[in-house]
Ligand binder design. Structure first.
Ligand code: 1CP
Length: 348
């Protein structure tokens, strides 16, 4: 939604993230760039996913597509959580229809040698893309992001997408020392990737721990939280709000906030009011429309949108979003309509 203030670091989204008064509820969508948009499918024709993430012309175009189309209050940097791993030297690919696939899974101490530190000079294209984008975006904030150590470790250890994360858990419980060394390296990589984006001009960052909801709280606290905290601490001092999100994390919301977040992302399984109570009202909340509801008739969808906006007003701050990413077959016009409804119903 257009506004008079042009500094994206003082935009409605950033102010909501800080828990400040805002004229309306800001809204963006996880996976707003990507396969739901015909203009995305067109520019990606014949270009591999990893390659497209390293080409500033494509990153800029794809990041801007949903901003032009939907009037969202933020752009999310077009990249992938495995891009910094590939940049650090891990042999992997993003396979169409599958996701990230790692050539040799990480299972033993010797594998740490294949996981060097990420230095900013390995990703000059990321800095260039962020600079091109912030110049184009004006007052609209750019959200930088990275994958959190647990979720990154899951891809490295399993070798690709996984439902049960059995090899990851076997390593975590079987060799906690190696697990901690692996995650400390991943926290460095993840933190460095966030920092590069924030230093180049991103106005907020999101740390995705998509699959950490597979752990009980005690194990989260012991095996994960210290590493997520390390990753988030990398942008300390840069004055960018930190959003932290995972799927199925109803039991972990408070602990994820305590890892150093300003905004806790809530998936669609937990009511925003319950999320506020569970986190003691200490954090702004982001979420949490079920992405599948974008396929429902408008009337019940609108009622749910209104309900989420109302619950968000009781929170310290609220950024409207989905409870997970846009599904590929979503009708983009429904997304545009939801954005307009959020702005309309929340305007004050
Ligand atoms: O060819 C293609 O179009 C591949 C599909 C695709 C896209 C569009 C992948 C492969 N990644 C992306 C971009 C992407 N990935 C973005 C930027 C777009 C946006 O949000 O608008 C972001 C933020 C991600 C982050 C990401 N990648 C996450 C965290 C978010 C989440 O959904 O939980 C995860 C888990 C990944 C891994 C990944 N990359 C791609 C796929 C299909 C997957 C998931 C695989 C699995 O199920 O494990």
């Amino acid at each position: 939604m257009s506004e008079t203030i042009v500094d994206p670091r003082n935009s409605v989204l950033v102010r909501a993230a800080r828990g400040e008064e805002v004229p309306y509820t800001p809204v963006w969508f996880m996976r707003q760039a990507g396969r739901s948009l015909p203009e995305y499918r067109k520019v990606r024709e014949g270009v591999g996913m990893l390659e497209s993430c390293r080409r500033p012309d494509l990153v800029t175009e794809i990041t801007l597509q949903p901003v032009r189309r939907h009037d969202v209050d933020a752009a999310i940097f077009f990249s992938d959580i495995v891009v910094p791993l590939a940049a650090a030297g891990v042999d992997l690919d993003i396979v169409a229809g599958v996701g990230p696939v790692v050539a040799q899974p990480f299972r033993a101490r010797a594998d740490l040698a294949r996981l060097p530190e990420l230095t900013p000079d390995a990703v000059p294209d990321i800095t260039e893309s962020v600079k091109l984008l912030t110049a184009e975006l004006g007052g609209t904030p750019l959200i930088g992001f990275a994958g959190a150590p647990f979720t990154l470790a899951s891809y490295l250890v399993e070798g690709g997408p996984s439902k049960n994360h059995e090899n990851t858990k076997a390593l975590m419980y079987g060799d906690p020392e190696l697990w901690n060394d692996l995650c400390a390296r991943l926290a460095q990589i993840s933190g460095a990737f966030l920092r590069v984006q924030a230093e180049a001009g991103a106005s907020a960052v999101q740390l995705f721990d998509s699959w950490v909801g597979n752990l009980p709280l005690a194990d989260y606290l012991r095996f994960v939280q210290p590493h997520s905290r390390q990753a988030l601490a990398a942008v300390e001092g840069l004055e960018v709000p930190k959003i932290h999100f995972g799927v199925g994390t109803g039991e972990l919301l408070s602990a994820m906030g305590e890892a150093g977040a300003d905004v806790v992302g809530v998936d669609f399984r937990v009511d925003l009011d319950a999320a506020r109570e569970r986190t003691g009202g200490q954090y702004a909340l982001q979420g949490n429309l079920d992405p599948a509801l974008l396929f429902a008739p408008w009337e019940p969808l609108e009622a749910k949108v209104d309900e989420i906006v109302a619950a968000g007003r009781r929170a310290k701050g609220h950024i409207f979003n989905l409870g997970h990413g846009v599904l590929p077959s979503t009708d983009p016009d429904v997304i545009t309509r939801v954005v307009a409804r959020v702005h309309e119903i929340s305007a004050r």
